[in-house]
Design a protein around this ligand. Structure first.
Ligand code: HEM
Length: 356
């Protein structure tokens, strides 16, 4: 059978996409506002990229949902690759804000009132990205804004969609489970480990040494960091349920720290790059939020947003409190120089090197 000839315009459904720009200022009775077309298209371009980010996140989440992830399979490599794509898109989205410099505050005022109470705040796809990553309603800044079903809030079905997504296992939870499954502290692998210092009660000999070296690396003013170390990595009740300081559990935190320390071993390379990619994603989202706030300050000053929040106050609160993988980036607090790291037992080195 002859293959159907694909036509560019049809393949991309350009009839729909190019027929989806309807400025409010074109409606009868309103004054024409030239820049509204630009304003609509820039938002639509964002939403298309948000759609792709969600698509890539779905893939990444599907891998982490597997009961067993083979560290040496293409799955993890694809996760790394697609995380990198998301980060590049987020970088583009931050740069894209500079396009708004071509619209002055007075140009915006020509149609701004026609938009009330709509706002980027109501971008369901943006909220789904946050929810899939692991942001929970209870941890959102000024959460009551989200619960409004009137001026500036979400339509009921959109609000339900965001809530339902929050109830599913987020990437943060799945990464936590994945880290908890890391098998590198099995007894057999450590039977020939040579402790450097007397082993502290209840601690694995490696962590006991690590704690000792870390403590000796702290200067007088940082001395209390050892309490943070104990609380975060070795709380008295060592459960997988987590503690108040971190969203990741102590066990997952230990695995992440171990991977960061020994990331040069082949078995950890992709894993390390994935953790780094998650930290980068938080950074990219925060860069976007920063850039958006600067643009908003220039565009509307201290006025409230069209979505009826306090405007700049809300945006700064969200910037400061909506980091998702902050436990991973805070890991740097607990590092010391590579040359002081304990030497690992040969059985473990073998396992980490993929050698027979
Ligand atoms: C003239 C340009 C813009 C102005 C003055 C502006 C202003 C604001 C303000 C004041 C808010 C807080 C909510 C409110 O009260 O409305 C907000 C939130 C938001 N806007 Fe914009 N915005 C602009 C362009 C954009 C663009 C192009 C996007 C791209 C999709 C966008 C996406 C968002 C998002 C996602 C939020 C929620 C941010 C968060 O919760 O961290 N905005 N915007």
């Amino acid at each position: 059978m002859e293959q159907k000839k694909v036509y560019y315009h049809d393949y991309l459904h350009l009839d729909k996409i190019l027929d989806a720009q309807y400025p409010e200022s074109d409606l009868p009775g309103n004054e024409p506002a030239h820049d509204e077309m630009f304003f609509i298209i820039i938002h639509q371009a964002y939403e298309l990229w948000f759609k792709l980010i969600l698509f890539e996140l779905d893939f990444i989440i599907s891998v982490f949902k597997k009961e067993k992830i083979d560290d040496n399979s293409e799955d993890l490599n694809l996760v790394r690759h697609r995380l990198n794509r998301i980060n590049k898109i987020l970088n583009l989205l931050t740069t894209q804000i500079t396009l708004l410099d071509t619209m002055t505050p007075l140009d915006f005022l020509e149609f701004r009132n026609l938009l009330v109470p709509a706002s980027g705040f109501q971008s369901v796809q943006f909220r789904l990205i946050e929810a899939r990553l692991g942001l929970q309603m209870e941890n959102r800044f000024n959460k009551e804004y989200y619960k409004r079903t009137n001026e500036g809030g979400f339509a009921k079905n959109d609000f339900d969609k965001i809530n339902d997504t929050e109830k599913e296992k987020s990437l943060l939870i799945l990464v936590n489970e994945w880290l908890e499954r890391m098998p590198f502290f099995e007894k057999d692998l450590w039977k020939n480990y040579q402790s450097l210092f007397p082993v502290k009660e209840n601690l694995h000999p490696f962590w006991s040494d690590y704690r000792h070296i870390y403590q000796s690396s702290l200067n007088e003013r940082e001395a209390n960091k050892i309490e943070d170390f104990d609380r975060i990595f070795f709380p008295i009740i060592d459960s997988t349920e987590g503690n108040k300081d971190t969203l990741l559990s102590p066990r997952a935190m230990r695995a992440a720290l171990f991977i960061m320390l020994y990331r040069d071993f082949p078995v950890f390379q992709t894993t390390y790059q994935i953790l780094d990619g998650l930290i980068e994603m938080d950074n990219q989202l925060s860069n976007w939020r920063h850039k958006h706030i600067d643009m908003v300050r220039r565009m509307i000053g201290l006025r409230m947003g069209t979505g009826n929040t306090s405007g700049r106050g809300y945006l700064e609160g969200a910037l400061n409190s909506h980091y998702i993988f902050k436990d991973l980036s805070s890991m740097a607090t607990f590092l010391f120089e590579r040359k002081r790291l304990p030497v690992l037992p040969t059985e473990l080195i073998k396992k980490m090197s993929y050698s027979d």
